[in-house]
Design a protein around this ligand. Structure first.
Ligand SMILES: [Fe+2]
Length: 448
């Protein structure tokens, strides 16, 4: 069985596609030519793959499979069809030759992308001219390619982040907001009540298969930290020997940090007696008030050290979108569209900003930054909601990650576009994948 999103599309898909493509061009313009065939994250494909993959996926999904039209270049459509799931075991990385010899020339990729773009734009323009120009399953495919590219803009950023600074072109006006000391951490009581998980087919113009159908979960009262765990908080864990004490780590996580020699968050760097933060375009003295960005394994270890827990997905939903009147909210702050006053997302910044800088984005309970400034790790393994069916346009999107190894992240990072901000959107990664822009906060039982 597969499920299509049955709602007729809203107008204006071409402007979103154009915005995505312009953003992608801007991001590729930030890196030096010599980085093009490099592999900044060893377990990922080289950068050239992603330039081809985004338009190839759009063409394959909407034009070739969706409309049955002929190939542009069957070899490139196959080569660029699918990425790989990162795995922490670096022994799995196969031996490779010179990457530039294994991949097409940049001119060849550019020409393929231009033709794929031309055909996709023509179909989206047709949709935008007449609401019923495309059947519902093609409208779904159109949304699918738009959200796919939007998500890849973020994965490009993870890779760019790992490139040497000299291989990046710093944008004019790049000025990270460092801030001072972290905000005072307080505990916020969330009363027992229902969390809304997922969404019913048709309730949004588009939702991924893993978001459907909607369901609810009764959540007992709990307490949650108002702010993310900040670098200054996490430093206490590092300095207390957190990375050399097996008690705080799940066995597989403990094996991972020892095998890889990990002693601190990936975004940190030791310089003599001080800690630095490896920003997108600069090395900075560790900003104390920024949320710490870590893997789920490291977030879990910190929580265990503190005698606390990561929130479950349902607890996050309740803290972010629940309200005392029992009516779930569209955003933590209410129904107003996401803008820069509400949080750090939609490319408002390249790096995090001090926790608590956006009080206008607080949830109904007064919890800060639940959307923006880094995804929020949960303790919940990525799994389907009851009644799950794969999406017709992209059947492999979620199903093969329901393996107990991937954990749900919610919210948004600074480079998550606003179109992906909705209560039901779920992100997921392996517990031991440290490259992503993910933060966390702790929860405790109501009596703790
Ligand atoms: Fe992809």
């Amino acid at each position: 069985m597969s499920r299509a999103n049955p709602v007729a599309g809203r107008p204006g898909l071409l402007p979103w596609y154009n915005r995505n493509r312009e953003r992608a061009a801007q991001l590729f313009g930030l890196i030096a030519d010599e980085a093009y065939y490099s592999r900044p994250i060893a377990l990922r494909n080289p950068i050239v793959f992603y330039q081809g993959h985004i338009p190839a996926f759009s063409f394959n999904t909407l034009i070739k499979q969706g409309l049955g039209r002929p190939s542009i270049d069957a070899r490139l459509e196959q080569l660029f069809a699918r990425g790989i799931d990162p795995h922490e075991d670096s022994n799995n990385v196969r031996a490779r030759g010179n990457e530039a010899d294994l991949w097409p020339s940049r001119d060849e990729v550019d020409a393929f992308c231009a033709e794929a773009d031309r055909q996709v734009r023509a179909v989206l323009a047709e949709h935008d001219r007449a609401a019923d120009a495309l059947p519902p399953e093609r409208v779904e495919a159109a949304h699918c390619i738009l959200e796919h590219e939007a998500m890849h803009l973020e994965t490009l950023m993870y890779m760019w982040h790992q490139l040497p600074l000299e291989q990046k072109r710093r944008p004019a006006g790049y000025r990270p907001l460092i801030g001072g000391a972290p905000p005072a951490q307080t505990w916020i009581d969330i009363p027992s009540g229902q969390a809304t998980l997922g969404i019913d087919p048709g309730a949004e113009p588009f939702a991924w298969d893993n978001e459907m159908p909607g369901c609810t979960e009764q959540v007992p009262a709990f307490r949650i930290q108002q702010h993310n765990v900040c670098n200054a908080d996490y430093l206490a864990f590092v300095e207390a020997g957190g990375y050399v004490d097996a008690r705080w780590w799940r066995p597989a996580d403990w094996a991972w940090i020892n095998a890889e020699g990990i002693g601190h968050p990936l975004f940190w760097q030791r310089d003599g007696d001080q800690w630095l933060w490896r920003g997108m375009f600069d090395l900075l003295a560790l900003p104390a008030a920024w949320p710490v960005w870590v893997s789920q394994a490291e977030a879990s270890a910190y929580c265990r050290w503190r005698g606390l827990s990561l929130p479950s997905e349902a607890q996050y939903q309740r803290a972010a979108f629940g309200a005392p009147d029992g009516q779930p909210r569209r955003y933590p702050w209410g129904n107003a569209a996401p803008d820069a006053a509400r949080g750090v997302f939609d490319f408002h910044a390249w790096d995090p900003q001090p926790a608590g800088s956006h009080p206008a984005g607080c949830s109904a309970w007064g919890v800060d930054d639940l959307v923006g400034n880094g995804w929020e790790w949960t303790a919940t393994a990525f799994a389907p909601f009851p009644g799950f069916e794969v999406l017709a346009s992209y059947p492999e999107y979620s199903a093969e990650f329901f393996d107990g190894e991937h954990f749900v992240m919610k919210g948004a990072a600074p480079v998550t576009v606003r179109e992906l901000i909705r209560p039901s959107f779920r992100n997921w990664f392996r517990a031991r994948y440290p490259y992503i822009y993910a933060s966390f906060r702790c929860v405790a039982g109501a009596g703790q």
